[in-house]
Design a protein around this ligand. Structure first.
Ligand code: F0G
Length: 464
C-alpha cells in the first residue's frame, strides 16, 4: 500500500500514533501534540538550498512569490491548487549596527528578521497561510482562535481576503492592544471578548471548537508550525544560505521556537545544512513559565519522556496563588504555553537557552530597535533584550552572528510606545509604571511650543 507523503504523528515517541493529513485534530488520542512528518524519499526535496533561488525569477506566480510557499518542497502537505496565499512572507533581514552596539557585540553582527512586514503586520501570517490552507483542504467554513491580538488579526485578514471562511476570535477583555483589535473589527471577524485573559480564552476556544466543529487555527494546530518554519528558511536565504550562530526569539505560546527547531532538525536530516544554530527563547518576566520550568525546575524534553508532574505542580501553584500573566508585552502575556513540549524538543535540537526580560528591558530595547532598526511592538523587543543579557553573560560571543526575530509591527501597540516617549508623567505611570517600568532612558520627547512662528523656529534651532 502506498503511504501519504505527509502524515500527522504524535510527538511522543512512546505513542507515535499517525493520522492522515485530511483529518482535523489538535491533539493525538493520547492527548499529546501532533507533528506533520514527511516521507522525504517520496517528497523529493531539493538537494541544496540555493535551488530555491530558481523561484526568484517566477515571482509572478503566487506560490513562487509567497515567502512561505516558495519553500513548499519543505512543507509538502498541500496540493498547489488548494494552497492559499495572500502574499505573506515578503520580509526583511536587516543588519542593524546600532542595535549590535546596544546589545554589546564587538565584531559580531545583529540581524533583525522583521516579520512586521507581513500583510497583517506580524509573523502570524506565515503559519496562518499554512493552517488556512489545511482548513480549506478539509473544507472548513468557520475558523476560530484565541489570541493576544496578532493571530486574530491574521485569521480575520485571511478570511476577509479569501472569503473562504468566517473568522471567530476569542480575546481576553482589555488584554489586547488597540492596533490589533482594530484589525479584527475592520476585517469583519466575529469578535468574542471573554472576561478573562489569554489562558482563559484558549481553554474556551478549544472547548467551543470541539463542540461546534469549528476549525481551530491556534498553534496547537500542527499545520501552523509548518508555515512558521519558513521564517528560518528566509533567514538562511538572506544570509546566502549560511547558518547564523544564534536565533533569538520571544516566547509566548512557544509556536515559533517549536517551528524553528523543527525546521533546523529537518534541514540537517536532509543534509541541506551542516550545523544547527543555537536557539534562545526569551520570556517576559511577568509571563515566564518556560523560564521557570526550564531553568529552575529542570524540565527537559528527555527523549520525549517529559516529566509532566513538574508542569502540573507549577500550574497548580499558579492557581493557588491566583497568579496571572502580566507584562506590557501583551502579545506574550501567557502563562500556559500550548507548545511547551515541542519547545523543549527544539531547545534540545538547538542546544537552546531560555531567559526572561523585564518590561523595563523590553521597552528600552524596543526604543533602540525603533531608533536604529525597524520599529517593533513590545513583545518583539524581548528578543533584543534577551540577546543583550546573553552577551553580558558571555553565553553569546561578541564576535558571533545573531539573528533576533522581530515578530510584530511597530504600529501594533502605539499606546506602549507613546507612553514611553511621553512627557506626561501621569500617562507614563498609568501605562508603564503599573508594569514596573521606572525610566525611559531612550525617550524621544515631543517638544511643546505655542502656535507662534518665532517660537517654533527657536525650538527647532535649540533641539536640532
Ligand atoms: N511576538 C508577537 C508579536 C506575538 O503576537 C506572539 C504571539 C509572540 C511573539 C509569541 O510567539 O506564541 O510563537 O511563542 N502571539 C499569539 C497571538 C499568542 O495570539 O497573537 P509564540
Amino acid at each position: 500500500m502506498k503511504t501519504d507523503v505527509a502524515l500527522q504523528r504524535c510527538i511522543s515517541p512512546s505513542c507515535g500514533a499517525t493520522y492522515g493529513v485530511h483529518e482535523t485534530r489538535v491533539a493525538c488520542k493520547c492527548g499529546n501534540l501532533l507533528d506533520i512528518v514527511y516521507d522525504w524519499d517520496r517528497a523529493s526535496p531539493p538537494s541544496s538550498l540555493n535551488w530555491f533561488e530558481t523561484k526568484w525569477s517566477r515571482r509572478y506566480e503566487p506560490l513562487a512569490f509567497s515567502g512561505v510557499w516558495r519553500f513548499r518542497e519543505l512543507l509538502p502537505f498541500a496540493p498547489a491548487e488548494q494552497t492559499v496565499t495572500i502574499g505573506e512572507g515578503q520580509t526583511l533581514l536587516q543588519n542593524a549596527a546600532s542595535v549590535a552596539k546596544y546589545v554589546g557585540l564587538g565584531k559580531g553582527e545583529v540581524h533583525l528578521q522583521y516579520e512586521g512586514m507581513n500583510p497583517s503586520g506580524s509573523f502570524k501570517d506565515n503559519g496562518m497561510s499554512a493552517a488556512f490552507t489545511h482548513a480549506h483542504m478539509v473544507n472548513a467554513k468557520r475558523a476560530a482562535c484565541a489570541s493576544t491580538g496578532n493571530t486574530s488579526a491574521s485569521l480575520a485578514l485571511y478570511c476577509s481576503v479569501t472569503r473562504l471562511m468566517k473568522a471567530i476570535i476569542f480575546i481576553g477583555s482589555g488584554k489586547i492592544s488597540y492596533g490589533k483589535l482594530s484589525q479584527a473589527l475592520d476585517y469583519g471577524a466575529l469578535t468574542v471578548q471573554i472576561a478573562g485573559d489569554f489562558d482563559d480564552a484558549m481553554q474556551r476556544v478549544k472547548e467551543v471548537s470541539a463542540q461546534m466543529g469549528i476549525y481551530l487555527v491556534n498553534s496547537v494546530n500542527p499545520f501552523r508550525l509548518e508555515g512558521q518554519k519558513t521564517i528560518m528558511f528566509r533567514v538562511l536565504e538572506a544570509l546566502r544560505w549560511q547558518v547564523p550562530d544564534w536565533i533569538v526569539v520571544p516566547g509566548g505560546n512557544l509556536g515559533n521556537s517549536s517551528a524553528f527547531g523543527k525546521a533546523f532538525f529537518e534541514l540537517k536530516e536532509l543534509g541541506l545544512i551542516d550545523r544547527v544554530p543555537r536557539l534562545a527563547v526569551i520570556n517576559a518576566a511577568g509571563a515566564s513559565t518556560l523560564f521557570e520550568l526550564y531553568n529552575n525546575r529542570g524540565l527537559r524534553w528527555n527523549g520525549g519522556q517529559i516529566d509532566q508532574s513538574i508542569v502540573s505542580k507549577y500550574y497548580a501553584e499558579l492557581d493557588e496563588q491566583h497568579r496571572r500573566a502580566s507584562t506590557i508585552a501583551s502579545a506574550i502575556e501567557i502563562n500556559r504555553p500550548v507548545n511547551l513540549d515541542k519547545c523543549l524538543r527544539a531547545l534540545e535540537v538547538c542546544d537552546g537557552v531560555v531567559r526572561e526580560a523585564t518590561d523595563q528591558d523590553i521597552l528600552d530595547a524596543k526604543a533602540q530597535v525603533g531608533a536604529g532598526g525597524i520599529g517593533c511592538e513590545p513583545a518583539s523587543a524581548a528578543s533584543v533584550a534577551g540577546a543583550k543579557q546573553l552577551i553580558n553573560e558571555g553565553i553569546i560571543g561578541r564576535d558571533e552572528r545573531v539573528v533576533c526575530i522581530l515578530t510584530g509591527h511597530q504600529l501594533k501597540d502605539p499606546t506602549a510606545t507613546v507612553a514611553y516617549h511621553t512627557t506626561d508623567q501621569e500617562q507614563f505611570n498609568k501605562v508603564l509604571g503599573s508594569h514596573g517600568v521606572k525610566r525611559a532612558a531612550f525617550a524621544n520627547r515631543a517638544v511643546a511650543v505655542n502656535n507662534d512662528l518665532g517660537e517654533i523656529i527657536k525650538a527647532i534651532q535649540l533641539y536640532s
